[in-house]
Write a new protein. Structure first.
Length: 86
């Protein structure tokens, strides 16, 4: 497998919580719903309340405090692995 694909996967996994939070925020803005970390607000899209889902996606942004350093560590470890394999 190509090394750049591994690095791309590591970056994607590290940034996934941030991307989910940004997507939830964009959907809430589009639907004109209030979205915050304090509580779940009602958000009706196509006749369904998706407030709980948007809240969960938004709060996932906090997982980036774990995934981003872990992704950096994984990228460094993979770089060392490639260097040692030469």
């Amino acid at each position: 497998m190509k090394p750049w694909l591994i690095y791309l996967f590591i970056a994607f996994v590290g940034l996934l919580p941030v991307l989910l939070a940004m997507l939830a925020s964009a959907i809430a803005d589009w639907a004109k719903c209030e979205l915050n970390e304090a509580n779940v607000g009602p958000c009706v899209i196509a006749g369904r309340d998706v407030g709980n889902v948007l809240y969960g996606m938004f709060v996932c942004g906090w997982f980036s405090l774990i995934t981003m350093p872990a992704a950096l560590l994984a990228a460094v470890a993979y770089s060392i692995h490639l260097w040692m394999k030469r």
